[in-house]
Design a binder for this molecule. Structure first.
Ligand SMILES: [Fe+2]
Ligand SMILES: [Fe+2]
Length: 254
């Protein structure tokens, strides 16, 4: 019977089954549709007609791990992050720790790809910096912002060569966008240049299966250097609280 349905009809049927299971109508933000190459958004009225008796999802998405009422930074690592992303940042922070870096640099390494790992990848340095800015020293968020640009520019004296990965990803003739070039120029002459540069030095891609990494090594450093809001990230009325709430409930209708 299913064989007689077209691919899009089958996708619709699956979607219906999912909505029935979920109990609420889960819709996608315009941005999520853009990422699928679609210019559009489901209208509320149309969705109600499509799923009679159902309401829009305004709470937790039951498909995702439940978050505590007052989530901490470490809860986001646990419940809202790709495993590979968490591993990459832990490896980076471990590398910095072993090299004897100061705590600000280690924290910057631990958080540098937060956006790629748990939010949005394009302009990840900027998004990541903004997410943590109210809670860390300005030097840490500045370094996270700037590491994105610095990754495209080698500094052999500091121990950073242009990554082979980027040649594979983008081709040998890739030229960064103008704003990336401009931020690189700004960063190069900045008093915190070396903090951002150290993120790139410890931003290693080789995944050593024998390397033991654990958040346990960083709990105290996070405790001393990340001002965890008592109300929980997302509920502290900071200028970025809504961004954390979006991570907690990415499919909330409004
Ligand atoms: Fe990065
Ligand atoms: Fe990275």
């Amino acid at each position: 019977m299913a064989n007689t349905l077209s691919i899009s009809e089958r996708a619709d049927a699956l979607e219906h089954a999912k909505i029935d299971e979920l109990g609420s109508i889960v819709s996608k933000s315009f941005l999520f549709n853009l990422a699928d190459g679609k210019m559009g958004i489901d209208g509320g009225r149309e969705l109600l007609q499509q799923y009679p008796g159902k309401r829009m999802l305004m709470g937790d998405d039951p498909r995702l791990p439940k978050m505590p009422a007052r989530p901490t930074l470490l809860d986001f690592f646990k419940y809202r992050m790709s495993t590979g992303g968490a591993y990459h940042m832990l490896q980076s922070a471990t590398h910095a720790l072993k090299a004897g870096m100061n705590e600000k640099t280690i924290l910057a390494c631990l958080l540098h790809d937060f956006a790629v790992s748990a939010f949005i990848r394009c302009d990840h340095g900027y998004w990541g910096a903004q997410l943590v800015a109210p809670y860390v020293d300005e030097e840490v968020s500045w370094a996270i912002k700037m590491h994105q640009a610095l990754r495209f520019y080698p500094d052999e004296a500091a121990g950073y060569a242009y990554p082979q990965n980027y040649i594979d990803y983008f081709g040998a003739d890739y030229e960064p966008d103008d704003y990336v070039q401009a931020d690189y120029e700004r960063a190069r002459n900045h008093k915190w240049y070396m903090t951002a540069r150290m993120i790139t030095v410890h931003d290693i891609y080789s995944f050593d299966p024998n390397a033991k990494v654990s958040m346990d090594d960083f709990v105290d450093i996070v405790g001393r250097n990340f001002r965890q809001p008592e109300e929980g990230l997302g509920y502290d009325d900071s200028p970025v609280a809504h961004m954390w709430r979006t991570l907690i409930r990415p499919t909330k209708f409004l």
